[in-house]
Ligand binder design. Structure first.
Ligand SMILES: [Zn+2]
Ligand SMILES: [Zn+2]
Length: 318
């Protein structure tokens, strides 16, 4: 079945998560610091409704950029009105990703079969059921806007009016906290993507003045033992910060956070590992020495290249 019963229910917010047509043009040059990184753990192929990139394109780019490991994390949605609801079948995704993994292992790229599951408390039982039946190497839990969400573009103005910042972001972070506590995920994806939904009514700068708004979510992530993702896709949108920002990554560490991972959340060829070196730099600056990742039954820590070695030619040669 293709796009399940969308019928106008899909949000322009969701669409802007990355259909090729909505992406900024491919960056003209690859920054040296985006080369030779050990992992990009968040990528969407043409098995997501908002990407048209065949998996082999990412694999070839990984070879070209000296990135030895990537995770394919196509969308899995659980509300029939959401774009990735039954967009692709588990069996098809698994066959395509495992097949590519076999072909590209010879070229020195390990491809992991992951998924990005849209979490909401309303359908937590469905997520649990899905994960009980299906085996992924790696699972990201993300909160996107949902059909009744106050962040839906047509509702956002009315939602913001007369409310404090705390009240405005509360429904979003309540879902993030529930996602962390659910115990279903390896990683919480793009922690504060809500700032994209709030733009331009509330700016990234206004939100940056209130880092405390994210603190309960950071604490929940730490207590649950799930990993925090530093997602570089935010650098491609207004506000131009990773999700979450460097400041929040430092705070996460101060609060006792130990598990962290990175992803470019690419939906197009041009955004593969795009500015991923900045995500690495943020976590290295915060004092993290390793990524936390899962390869099926194997939970691993992957060493983060140190400071100035990130993405340098020296690192590529080691
Ligand atoms: Zn997402
Ligand atoms: Zn994604």
């Amino acid at each position: 079945m293709s796009r399940g019963g969308g019928g106008g229910g899909s949000s322009p917010n969701r669409a802007s998560t990355g259909p090729a047509a909505d992406q900024p043009p491919a960056p003209p040059a690859v920054e040296p610091r985006d080369l030779g990184l050990p992992l990009d753990a968040h990528l969407h192929t043409d098995q997501s409704p908002d990407s048209s990139v065949p998996i082999d394109v990412y694999a070839a780019l990984a070879v070209e950029r000296g990135i030895p490991e990537i995770a394919i994390t196509d969308h899995v949605d659980f509300d029939p009105r959401d774009p990735a609801f039954e967009y692709s079948r588990y069996d098809d995704r698994e066959r395509v990703v495992r097949g590519a993994a076999e072909r590209w292992a010879r070229e020195g790229v390990a491809i992991r079969f992951g998924a990005e599951l849209t979490y909401n408390q309303r359908w937590e039982a469905d997520v649990r059921d899905h994960l009980a039946r299906q085996r992924y190497d790696y699972v990201i839990g993300s909160v996107h806007d949902w059909p009744e969400s106050p962040y839906w573009p047509s509702r956002i103005r009315g939602w913001i009016e007369g409310r404090s910042l705390d009240e405005i972001v509360a429904p979003y972070y309540a879902q993030i906290i529930a996602a962390a506590r659910s115990g279903l995920f390896d990683t919480i994806g793009h922690l504060d993507v809500v700032k994209r939904y709030l733009h331009p009514h509330i700016t990234a700068a206004q939100l940056a003045e209130r880092p405390d708004l994210q603190e309960p979510a950071l604490v929940a992530i730490i207590e649950a033992g799930v990993a925090l993702e530093v997602n570089s896709s935010g650098l491609r949108y207004p506000g131009a910060e990773t999700y979450p920002s460097a400041t929040v990554v430092v705070r996460y560490r101060e609060l006792g956070g130990e598990r962290i991972v990175v992803g470019s959340d690419a939906h197009s060829r041009g955004s593969f590992a795009h500015r991923l070196g900045e995500s690495y730099r943020h976590l290295a600056t915060a004092g993290f020495e390793a990524l936390t990742f899962r390869r099926g039954d194997e939970r691993v820590r992957i060493e983060v290249p140190h400071g100035t070695r990130i993405g340098t030619v020296d690192h590529l040669r080691t």
